[in-house]
Design a protein around this ligand. Structure first.
Ligand code: MLT
Ligand code: MN
Ligand code: ZN
Length: 305
């Protein structure tokens, strides 16, 4: 299985257009060692030809330009993207669907029922797309046993509902529904190797812990370093946990959770907010992650499993 990180940043990207925090200012000015990043998405394939796009980032056109495998192949209008899976209905994971509207047939879209509801009512992206290429929606099951995606025969998918947050615009932002946010285990049928992917992970409940324990690689929520990061900077009144993101540091944080995984498990963070000090590759937080063998994903990173 090939995993390509298309976008490793959280909503807003890095640097964020209006942000003057130490990281954003530093990366713009070139005064810190940090890489610019686009918004949250990965692509996964078993044969390197047909890809499943996880989330459609607002930056998808740039991400496709930077990854030839997704670009048109032999026919006049064609794409390496065989299917799109949404892990939630957040703006940073769905806005890119608009950028794919010129296709010559409906987009093959997999999402849960609450995500489908959000995207056809409060934020009717899928209805708007009906006036263009349209979407063929496939119900994404949360049942054990998982599912297959036609055209992606080499991979098996198993989704779990997890504790994070529906989007700010969602009628169930504060009334969680199973399937508002999911984590996905993707298994290569040939090698048996698996990836657990969860860019929004607010708390690690038993089923999610089991899925993480069983995977060869986890690619999980790296939004904030501290729970009060956004509050202390004065950019929000909400703590990381309030918006469905488990911070890395502190008691019960992501570092502690990842330390409990088997020694062989590869641990990688994704969906990193522009305020997160781990983006500074010379900083003590980045070094602390390295001490725990935790990697910080970047745009263009490839993982082979
Ligand atoms: C999140 O991950 O919490 C959201 O993407 C925030 C946002 O909409 O910018
Ligand atoms: Mn997000
Ligand atoms: Zn910033």
């Amino acid at each position: 299985m090939k995993v390509r990180v298309l976008g490793s940043a959280a909503g807003g990207g890095f640097p964020q257009w209006n942000c003057n925090c130490d990281n954003c200012r530093g990366v713009r000015a070139g005064t810190i060692r940090a890489r610019a990043r686009t918004q949250s998405s990965i692509a996964v394939s078993s044969d390197g030809k047909s890809w499943v796009l996880f989330n459609a980032s607002p930056d998808i056109l740039q991400q496709i330009r930077e990854f030839p495998a997704l670009q048109p192949g032999d026919k006049l209008r064609t794409t390496g993207i065989a299917a799109i899976v949404l892990i939630d209905a957040q703006v940073d994971h769905t806005t890119g669907l608009f950028m794919l509207r010129e296709h010559n047939r409906p987009l093959q879209l997999w999402c849960t029922e609450p995500v489908f509801q959000d995207l056809t009512t409060a934020n009717p992206v899928l209805k708007v797309l009906g006036h263009f290429a349209g979407v063929q929606r496939h119900a994404l099951p949360l049942s054990e046993g998982g599912f297959s995606i036609p055209g992606i025969e080499g991979l098996h998918f198993e989704a779990r509902s997890l504790s994070s947050k529906a989007p700010p615009y969602s009628p169930h932002r504060d009334d969680p529904q199973p399937g508002d946010n999911i984590g996905m285990t993707i298994t290569d049928r040939r090698s048996g190797a698996s990836l657990f992917y969860a860019p929004g992970l607010g708390a690690i409940e038993p089923g999610v812990r089991e899925a993480m324990m069983a995977a060869q690689c986890v690619l999980v929520d790296g939004t904030c370093w501290t729970d009060d990061e956004l509050v202390r900077l004065g950019v929000s009144h909400k703590r990381a946990r309030d918006i469905g993101h488990l911070p890395q540091s502190g008691a019960g944080g992501m570092i502690e959770q990842l330390n409990a995984l088997p020694a062989r498990t590869r641990r990688v963070l994704i969906h990193i907010n522009n305020t997160n000090p781990i983006l500074n590759e010379d900083g003590p937080e980045h070094r602390e992650l390295a001490r725990h063998r935790i990697e910080v994903s970047y745009d263009g990173m490839e993982i082979e499993l």
